[in-house]
Design a protein around this ligand. Structure first.
Ligand SMILES: *[C@@H]1O[C@H](CO)[C@@H](O)[C@H](O)[C@H]1NC(C)=O
Ligand SMILES: *[C@@H]1O[C@H](CO)[C@@H](O)[C@H](O)[C@H]1NC(C)=O
Ligand SMILES: *[C@@H]1O[C@H](CO)[C@@H](O)[C@H](O)[C@H]1NC(C)=O
Ligand SMILES: *[C@@H]1O[C@H](CO)[C@@H](O)[C@H](O)[C@H]1NC(C)=O
Ligand SMILES: *[C@@H]1O[C@H](CO)[C@@H](O)[C@H](O)[C@H]1NC(C)=O
Ligand SMILES: *[C@@H]1O[C@H](CO)[C@@H](O)[C@H](O)[C@H]1NC(C)=O
Ligand SMILES: *[C@@H]1O[C@H](CO)[C@@H](O)[C@H](O)[C@H]1NC(C)=O
Ligand SMILES: *[C@@H]1O[C@H](CO)[C@@H](O)[C@H](O)[C@H]1NC(C)=O
Ligand SMILES: *[C@@H]1O[C@H](CO)[C@@H](O)[C@H](O)[C@H]1NC(C)=O
Length: 482
């Protein structure tokens, strides 16, 4: 379709050319000179490969090129085709004459799960040969609604090592590409009074596992009117409701949990996914809520950046490198059971301290430590049972937390990150790392804690990989006293 347009545009060009007057010869020479200049400028920028690209103000050739262009320089692609400028732009950003992006703008769920989903979609980006956008992070999510760049949480260098075949670009880079494409489009389309460069082509797809169908279904849908407000930050350069800006197709995939359950089912499902999403659109815009891995192979956790790793190391040193890590997620506990839960924890701690000779304890919890709001989005109803349980523990032992040990101080002092410390955020990653590093790790039993916590499981998985480095256990759950 796009190619058809391009060739019909060439024909139009030729028709216009035949009508061209002698005057045009003069303009052609002018244009040629300007063009050469621009090319030099672009090559200089190209070498830089950074984000100064908006600074390129291409001076517009003032009229259409003449038949001379067409006749004399046909065999030189970089002159013949006005689309060349777009190709150059794309080469700079995507290493290819066409840019194809995979922009999953919402990964759903909190960091531990979002981390998994980001890996799944990196695998998809590789299969689809698409440049993947590093969606913003914040509040323990990976989402376009967040305000911090991906590298606040993650080490992009190590991510690229994990996925060497995937090209990654930040949201900022993406905006620069949109902007430049828009400039080129306006310029060339105005000169030719013609649609030389088409609007952005976008496929917007909702991939979701709500289990509302008994088999996975992929279908076209009418334009989604209630798109995330946060996408408007790409306006006016990407505006899904402006037909002059973009042509958008909308689809939904309803995925069943059975398709994602086993390695075999995912092998089958992922083929279907790749087929369905092998499209020509420049931008594949995905809103994801998939809950499970999409591919048979599950890639290792995206490494966190040095800042967080160093903070975890600092806390470990403050605990004399000897501590019991406790993960107590009070959400989904039965509040009336909490006094007994606290009692059970105290008994267990006393036992481990005595048997293993460990004196320090570190508590990772969704109980509010800094403000009155909990460190989990979904945990909102905090009762006196919760307060009493934590108080009981606090009266028995010195409880160390990321707050009491002064973790993440540098960020906390910077008001830019204020929102990050209201509710869940980067401190969840720190808690996770401190628990991974603990000599002994315990988590709450059923009734006291959310038992199917992927956060707890992630800690246990990581610890089982490190058992040979002197950890005393992988994970134990304390008991409610009878
Ligand atoms: C350009 O096109 C005009 C009109 O068809 C023709 O008279 C002229 O010879 C062409 N010029 C060249 C250099 O081919
Ligand atoms: C590369 O970009 C930096 C700014 O990010 C600029 O200072 C430098 O001059 C550029 N180098 C070249 C070769 O364009
Ligand atoms: C023709 O294109 C090549 C690259 O494809 C370029 O090196 C060369 O300078 C171009 N020739 C002219 C006359 O612009
Ligand atoms: C992706 O690129 C590779 C190598 O360039 C090619 O072999 C493969 O067919 C491409 N896949 C798709 C889906 O375009
Ligand atoms: C992002 O920043 C904007 C403007 O500063 C603010 O209104 C919004 O609440 C922030 N979003 C988050 C998730 O913190
Ligand atoms: C998108 O385009 C529509 C229609 O032209 C316009 O009403 C809206 O303000 C635009 N939004 C942005 C963010 O540019
Ligand atoms: C799209 O562009 C056409 C022609 O330039 C203009 O008439 C029309 O109002 C534009 N539509 C919108 C929604 O901006
Ligand atoms: C990423 O990891 C590498 C290797 O461990 C390290 O050298 C680099 O400093 C890290 N970068 C960040 C931003 O954490
Ligand atoms: C434990 O008690 C101390 C001193 O009373 C207090 O500063 C601290 O915030 C308490 N810790 C928790 C987790 O409530």
């Amino acid at each position: 379709m796009k190619q058809l347009n391009q060739s019909s545009q060439k024909i139009m060009l030729a028709i216009q050319i035949t009508k061209a007057s002698l005057l045009i010869c003069f303009f052609f020479i002018l244009w040629y000179l300007l063009y050469e200049q621009n090319k030099l400028f672009l090559t200089g920028e190209q070498a830089n490969n950074t984000e100064t690209l908006t600074e390129v103000h291409l001076s517009s050739p003032s009229t259409l090129s003449s038949n001379i262009t067409y006749n004399t320089i046909t065999n030189n692609d970089s002159i013949e085709n006005p689309l060349n400028e777009l190709k150059e732009l794309n080469k700079r950003y995507c290493g290819n004459p066409t840019c194809k992006f995979l922009f999953v703008y919402n990964f759903g769920e909190q960091e531990t799960k979002a981390n998994l989903h980001f890996r799944s979609f990196s695998q998809l980006a590789e299969k689809l040969n698409r440049t993947m956008i590093l969606t913003n992070v914040g509040s323990s999510q990976i989402s376009v609604c967040q305000n911090f760049s991906f590298n606040l949480y993650y080490n992009v260098t190590l991510l690229k090592k994990e996925f060497p075949n995937v090209l990654y670009k930040s949201e900022d880079d993406f905006i620069l590409w949109l902007k430049e494409r828009d400039q080129i489009k306006n310029k060339l389309n105005n000169i030719n009074n013609n649609e030389v460069i088409p609007p952005l082509s976008i496929l917007h797809s909702n991939l979701r596992r709500y289990d509302i169908t008994s088999e996975t279904i992929y279908r076209n849908v009418k334009p989604v009117v209630s798109l995330s407000e946060c996408l408007s930050k790409f306006g006016p350069f990407m505006n899904l409701t402006d037909p002059n800006n973009s042509r958008v197709k909308y689809t939904i995939m309803d995925i069943t949990k059975f398709d994602l359950k086993t390695e075999q089912s995912r092998a089958k499902f992922s083929k279907l996914l790749i087929d369905d999403l092998s499209v020509n659109e420049e931008i594949l815009l995905v809103n994801s809520y998939v809950l499970d891995p999409l591919f048979p192979v599950i890639m290792p956790v995206i490494p966190y950046n040095d800042y967080i790793l160093n903070e975890a190391q600092k806390l470990k040193e403050k605990l004399s490198s000897s501590y019991i890590g406790i993960h107590w997620r009070l959400e989904q506990s039965r509040p009336e059971l909490l006094p007994e839960c606290a009692q059970g924890l105290i008994i267990t701690l006393n036992k481990i301290m005595k048997e293993e000779g460990i004196e320090n304890i570190y508590l990772a919890t969704d109980y509010p430590l800094l403000s009155s709001s909990s460190q989990s989005d979904t945990f909102t109803k905090i009762t006196n049972y919760h307060h009493d349980a934590i108080r009981m523990l606090n009266e028995t032992f010195k409880i160390n937390t990321w707050v009491s040990l002064g973790g993440l101080e540098q960020l906390r002092r910077n008001e830019k990150y204020d929102t990050e410390f209201i509710g869940p955020g980067i401190q969840g990653i720190l808690d996770k790392l401190v628990c991974v590093n603990s000599n002994y790790f315990i988590a709450g039993p059923k009734g006291c804690s959310r038992i199917l916590s992927t956060f707890t499981k992630a800690i246990a998985d990581e610890r089982s990989n490190r058992l040979d480095s002197g950890l005393l256990n992988v994970i134990d759950r304390w008991k409610i006293p009878l």
